[in-house]
Design a protein around this ligand. Structure first.
Ligand code: NAP
Length: 483
C-alpha cells in the first residue's frame, strides 16, 4: 500500500511564539516531517516571531536543535533538514507593541496562502489580531490558528471569540484540538459512516454504555501553578473528551463537510444533560513512589483542583436515551492509555448452556499507545468437550495492518497544519461548539465550587479514586482496566 502525499499550495506561515515550547516540540518538527514527505512545497516559508532578538541564522540553529531533539533519529535526513531550515525566517516582534510589524509586512508575499499560528498565551490573541489588521498583513484569505485553552469558562470563551471576530470571519479561524488530528479519531468517523455494519447497532437499543478514558502517568510537576488554575475538567473534559464523545454520539452528517460535521457535533453538546453531583468524582494524586503529590507539585497546599475526574454523562435525544457515557481522565495513573470502549447489550435470548464464558461485545478504539481498533466477539472455545464460549479480540492494530506505512502516519499537528493550508476546517472546533461546551461545563464547576467539595486523594500509579469505581459499580458495571 503506497500512501498518497498530495502537496499543499505554497504558503507563508507565521508562528507567533515561534521560539516557545509548543513550536519547538510539535509545530516545527511536524512541519519538517511534512517537508521530508514532500507535502510542503519547497517555495513555502515559515516565519518565526517572538520578542527575543534573533537573526535568521540563530533561529535556524534553534530549530535544528529542536528537530534533533524531537524528531525520531530514523527521520533525520541531514540534507532535508538543511533544505527545511533554509525555508525559515525570523522577525523579532512584540505582540503588545509597535516593534517588528513593518518588517513582517515586508516579508509577506502576495498570492500565496497566508497563515498565522497564535502559539502564544491567549491573552495575546487580541493584540496580535489587532496589529495584523492595522498593518494590513492579514487579508480576507488569511487563516489564523489558535491553541487551547480557548477560554476558561463561557464568558472568557465568548470574549475570545468576539475579539477574533472583530478581525476575521469564522471561516478563517482554526481552533486546534489536537485529538481531532489523531488517525484513530478520524477512523472513528470512517468506521461509523463508511460501513453499514455498525450504524444499525449504534443506538440505545443495542448499546449498553460507552467509556472514554484518557489516562496519563505524568503528574503536573513543572507546570503545577498553571495547571492548578485549570484542573482536569477544564484542561481535558471540556475539549478533548467532549470531542471524542461528539464523534461517537453524533448523527451522520449529510456530507463530510466542515459545517455539516460541526453542526452535528454541536447538536450533541446541546443535548448533554446537566450532571448531578452524585455522578461526578474528582481526585487528586497523593505523594508516593518516592515522589511528591499534587499539592506539592501545584505549590498550593490548600488546592481543591482536580487532577482526576470521572463523570457519568447522559445525552437527551432519541438515539441515546438511557445510555450512560462514562468519562474519566487523570494524571499519575497506572498507565498512559487513551481509549473509547463501546459495550453492546447481550443477545435477547441465550441459546447456549454455557453462560460462564459469556462476555459482552465491546468495540475498543485505542488512541494511544498503539493506535487501532479491537472488536471483542464471542466464539466457541476450540477443541472437543461441548459448546463452551470464549471471548477473543478481532484486532486491527494500525502498526500491523499498515506495516511500515504506519510509521509514516502523520502526527496530529502535522495533519492539522496541512489542513489549515488546504483551508479545510472539518477537524477544527467552531466558535459555537466551544461556547456550547463551556455552557455545559460551567454549571458543573460552579456546583462543586459552591458546595466546597474537595477532591478525593488517590494513590499514584493506581487507576484513580475509590469513588470512581463506585460510580460504575452502583450501575452494575465496571471500568475497563487502565493498561
Ligand atoms: P511558551 O513556551 O511560554 O512560549 C511562548 C512564546 O510566546 C515564546 O516564543 C515567547 O517568546 C512568545 N511571546 C511571549 N510574549 C510575547 C509577546 N508579547 N510578543 C511576542 N511573542 C511573545 O508557551 P508554549 O508552551 O509554547 O504555549 C504556547 C500556547 O500554546 C499557549 O497558549 C499554550 O496554552 C498552548 N499550548 C501549549 C502546549 C504545549 O505542549 N506547550 C500544548 C497545548 C497548548 P519571547 O518571550 O521571546 O517573546
Amino acid at each position: 500500500m503506497v500512501s498518497r502525499v498530495i502537496p499543499v499550495d505554497v504558503f507563508d506561515l507565521v508562528i507567533f511564539g515561534g521560539t516557545g515550547d509548543l513550536a519547538r516540540r510539535k509545530i516545527l518538527p511536524g512541519l519538517y516531517r511534512r517537508f521530508l514527505a514532500a507535502q510542503m512545497p519547497a517555495e513555502s516559508r515559515i516565519i518565526g516571531a517572538a520578542r527575543a532578538e534573533l537573526t535568521d541564522q540563530e533561529y535556524r540553529d534553534q530549530v535544528r536543535a529542536a528537530i534533533a531533539e524531537f524528531v525520531p533519529a530514523d527521520r533525520q535526513d541531514p540534507a532535508a533538514i538543511e533544505g527545511f531550515l533554509a525555508r525559515l525566517h525570523y522577525v523579532a516582534i512584540d505582540a503588545t507593541g509597535a516593534n517588528g510589524w513593518a518588517q513582517l509586512k515586508a516579508l509577506m508575499r502576495e498570492n500565496v496562502v497566508r497563515a498565522f499560528y497564535f502559539s502564544v498565551a491567549p491573552s495575546l490573541f487580541g493584540d496580535i489580531a489587532q496589529r495584523l489588521s492595522d498593518h494590513g498583513i492579514a487579508d480576507a484569505w488569511s487563516r489564523v490558528v489558535v491553541e487551547k485553552p480557548f477560554g476558561r469558562d463561557l464568558a472568557s470563551a465568548r470574549a475570545l471569540n468576539a475579539c477574533l471576530a472583530r478581525h476575521f470571519n469564522e471561516t478563517q479561524i482554526y481552533r486546534i484540538d489536537h485529538y481531532l488530528g489523531k488517525e484513530t479519531v478520524q477512523n472513528l468517523m470512517a468506521v461509523r459512516f463508511a460501513n453499514i455494519l455498525f450504524e444499525p447497532l449504534w443506538k440505545a437499543e443495542y448499546i449498553d454504555h460507552v467509556q472514554i478514558t484518557v489516562a496519563e502517568t505524568v503528574g503536573v510537576e513543572g507546570r503545577g501553578a498553571y495547571y492548578d488554575k485549570s484542573g482536569a475538567m477544564r484542561d481535558m473534559v471540556q475539549n478533548h473528551l467532549m470531542q471524542l464523545l461528539c464523534l461517537i454520539a453524533m448523527e451522520p452528517p449529510y456530507h463530510f463537510d466542515p459545517d455539516a460535521v460541526r453542526d452535528e457535533k454541536l447538536k450533541v453538546i446541546r443535548a448533554l444533560k446537566p450532571v448531578p453531583p452524585e455522578d461526578i468524582v474528582r481526585g487528586q494524586y497523593g505523594p508516593g513512589n518516592g515522589e511528591a503529590g499534587y499539592l506539592a507539585h501545584a505549590e498550593n497546599p490548600n488546592s481543591r483542583t482536580e487532577s482526576y475526574i470521572a463523570l457519568k454523562v447522559q445525552i437527551s435525544n432519541w438515539r441515546w436515551q438511557g445510555v450512560p457515557f462514562y468519562l474519566r481522565t487523570g494524571k499519575r495513573l497506572r498507565a498512559r492509555a487513551s481509549e473509547i470502549a463501546i459495550t453492546f447489550k447481550p443477545p435477547p435470548h441465550a441459546i447456549f448452556d454455557d453462560a460462564s464464558g459469556w462476555h459482552e461485545n465491546v468495540l475498543v478504539i485505542r488512541l494511544q499507545p498503539n493506535e487501532g481498533m479491537n472488536l471483542m466477539v464471542m466464539i466457541k472455545e476450540p477443541g472437543p468437550g461441548g459448546m463452551r464460549l470464549m471471548q477473543v479480540p478481532l484486532d486491527m492494530s494500525f502498526a500491523e495492518a499498515l506495516g511500515a506505512e504506519a510509521a509514516d502516519v502523520p502526527d496530529a499537528y502535522e495533519r492539522l497544519i496541512m489542513d489549515v493550508i488546504r483551508g479545510n476546517q472539518t477537524l477544527f472546533m467552531r466558535g459555537d461548539e466551544v461556547e456550547a461546551a463551556w455552557a455545559w461545563t460551567d454549571p458543573i464547576i460552579e456546583g462543586w465550587e459552591a458546595r466546597g467539595d474537595r477532591p478525593q486523594i488517590y494513590d499514584p500509579g493506581s487507576s484513580g479514586p475509590e469513588d470512581a469505581l463506585m460510580l460504575m459499580h452502583r450501575d452494575g458495571r465496571r471500568w475497563r482496566e487502565i493498561r
